[in-house]
Design a protein around this ligand. Structure first.
Ligand SMILES: [Zn+2]
Length: 194
């Protein structure tokens, strides 16, 4: 089955929250392995930060992939959940597919190069289940959050924090994908990192 993992990039998390998120991803993927489910992990190759190599053997980022025999993952170092999903899938030797945008913009480029929206829709289409991992509201520490209005013409959702009513303080790129997946009847699990 195809397990899609989306969520915020690293700029929205603290270091500690990223550690928690990584453990969360590991525990849910191990669960698929433990139940002998033939699983492919899919994430979106979020292009935030620098493309570097994460050295799994040493647990650190490298600027060049120059250590023989070390298992490394090429990914954006501030890619957040997308990058963590790729690292954890590799650590667990699970099948992994990256659906990366071809241009760093929401809509496709005039030459048809894939933007974020098409990238997201491609992942939704592939998903048997989609996990969206986000930090808590950075304005008020509230856990609960609510998707509200859907603007069908523009395919946009408003989302507010249930406590402080902030919008920007809870929004991240993975949420659009999670709402669209839900709208298309896919199974969606949202995880909030405290
Ligand atoms: Zn809030």
């Amino acid at each position: 089955m195809n397990v899609v993992i989306v969520g915020a990039d690293s700029r929205k998390f603290t270091e500690e929250q990223l550690r928690i998120a990584k453990r969360e991803i590991a525990s849910l993927l191990i669960n698929y392995q433990a139940n002998w489910i033939d699983t492919t992990i899919i994430s979106g190759g979020c292009p935030v930060g620098k493309k570097r190599w994460y050295d799994i053997s040493c647990d650190e980022w490298r600027d060049v992939d120059d250590v023989d025999d070390h298992l490394t993952v090429e990914a954006y170092d501030q890619g957040g959940i997308d990058t963590l999903a790729k690292i954890v899938a590799t650590e667990l030797w699970m099948k992994f597919i990256e659906i990366s945008p071809e241009v760093n913009q929401w809509n496709d480029a005039p030459n048809c190069a894939k933007g974020f929206k098409s990238r997201n829709l491609e992942m939704v289409k592939m998903a048997d289940i989609l996990y969206c991992i986000s930090p808590k509201c950075y304005n008020c520490d509230e856990w609960g959050r609510t998707g509200t209005d859907y603007d069908a013409d523009n395919m946009e959702w408003s989302i507010i924090c249930t406590k402080c009513k902030g919008t920007k303080s809870v929004w991240n790129g993975g949420m659009w994908t999670s709402f669209e997946a839900e709208r298309q009847g896919k199974k969606v699990v949202r995880i909030v990192v405290p």
